[in-house]
Design a protein around this ligand. Structure first.
Ligand SMILES: Nc1ncnc2c1ncn2[C@@H]1O[C@H](COP(=O)(O)O)[C@@H](OP(=O)(O)O)[C@H]1O
Ligand SMILES: [Mg+2]
Ligand SMILES: [Mg+2]
Ligand SMILES: [Mg+2]
Length: 350
């Protein structure tokens, strides 16, 4: 089966990175540092997650040439002022590797950690294979104690062929706004997809996997929609005018951070995800690579606001027209029409 060993390595890497992030988030919430706008613990988890994923992928796939496009770089850690942070990251990475329980465990030095982080400097592109990583997507959610994701995808000849999404705080039960209250409050989901093979979900750290599908709603009035929690990341007014006014969606928006939105959509928790960044913002491939294949392999579609497919082959930026929209096959035509109308109205009112 194509990409079988890559998928196994990606799941292992992301699961370990999630363990590191959970530990840091717990300490962060207990120490209340997040309310003091001290960014260092976040940095520690972002860097630690990136170092771990990079290290595990190279270790598990030694025969392949390794290229990684990732969000973070080690610049600040190489400065005098970054020494303490680097020591803390190295300790976290080694503790997490030790918890893996394998015999092949080796202790990493601070230099090893810097090298692992800097493996993420690749520019990607349309030729060859490149891993694409967001070590913590939804950093603001992470600091708040809310949703975040570790998002890893494989780009091959310009197409995303595999994606793994760990969502440590996402309930295993549905979070859609139309859902009945669930008796289970267990959290921690791992979504994964390979091209042509469907999307699966399992409990983070568990082994039983279930195939998931986007919802099959065709009446927008019965749909619900996801958007960013952060209004700075997406125009909430525009989403409301599209979903509520134009499409007649009745349910209130479900606002959560990170690519957990793609994961939730892939299992049918809601029907639509709308993202309209403020003018001038350029999307990055790591913010959508894993999420988009998780949704498309579950039967959904992700496009830009003009109806173009997402093109991950142009380097680290994902250039889109006006925004990103995601839904099932049945709703996409009416969603596209509503989006075009709303964007035209917005343009003519400026
Ligand atoms: N002004 C902006 N507009 C749109 N997206 C932004 C933004 N500033 C940051 N982002 C991106 O939004 C991502 C989080 O998305 P969401 O709002 O869905 O949680 C961030 O990922 P990181 O948290 O990995 O930096 C970041 O890449
Ligand atoms: Mg991100
Ligand atoms: Mg990030
Ligand atoms: Mg970031």
């Amino acid at each position: 089966m194509p990409y079988e060993k890559e998928l196994a390595a990606a799941k292992k890497a992301v699961t370990l990175a999630a363990r590191l992030c959970q530990k840091v988030q717990k300490a962060l919430l207990q120490s209340d540092v997040h309310s003091k706008s001290d960014k260092s613990p976040v940095t520690v988890a972002d860097y630690g997650s990136q170092a771990l994923v990079s290290f595990i992928l190279e270790r598990e796939l030694p025969s392949e040439s390794f290229s990684l496009v990732a969000e973070e770089d080690s610049g600040d850690l190489r400065k005098e002022s970054g020494q303490d942070t680097l020591n803390r990251i190295t300790e976290l990475v080694n503790d997490t590797l030790a918890s893996e329980g394998s015999n092949s465990f080796s202790t990493l030095t601070t230099d090893d950690v810097l090298v692992a982080i800097d493996s993420g400097k690749s520019e990607g592109g349309s030729v060859g294979r490149h891993w694409v990583l967001d070590p913590i997507d939804g950093t603001k959610g992470f600091v708040r104690g809310d949703q975040y994701a570790i998002a890893l995808a494989l780009l091959h000849e310009g197409k995303i062929v595999l994606g793994v999404l760990a969502c440590p705080n996402l309930p295993l039960a549905s979070i859609g706004s139309n859902q009945q209250h669930s008796s289970s409050n267990e959290v921690g989901c791992l979504f994964f997809a390979k091209v042509g093979d469907g999307t699966y979900m399992q409990a983070l750290g568990g082994s039983t996997q279930t195939r998931v599908h986007v919802c099959d709603i065709d009446n927008p009035e019965e749909a619900s929609f996801f958007e960013s929690f952060e209004a700075a990341h997406s125009l909430h007014d525009l989403s409301s005018s599209i979903a509520e006014v134009k499409l007649g969606v009745k349910a209130p928006p479900v606002r959560i951070d990170s690519q957990a939105k793609y994961g939730a959509l892939s299992r049918g928790d809601g029907a639509i995800y709308l993202r309209f960044p403020h003018r001038g913002y350029r999307e990055k491939i790591w913010d959508h690579a894993a999420g988009s294949i998780v949704v498309t392999e579950a039967g959904g579609i992700a496009m830009d606001a003009a109806g173009n497919p997402l093109d991950f082959s142009k380097g680290k930026f994902l250039d889109v027209v006006s925004g990103i929209i995601v839904t099932n096959q049945k709703l996409m035509p009416s969603l596209l029409t509503a989006v075009k109308e709303a964007l035209n109205e917005k343009a003519s009112s400026l």
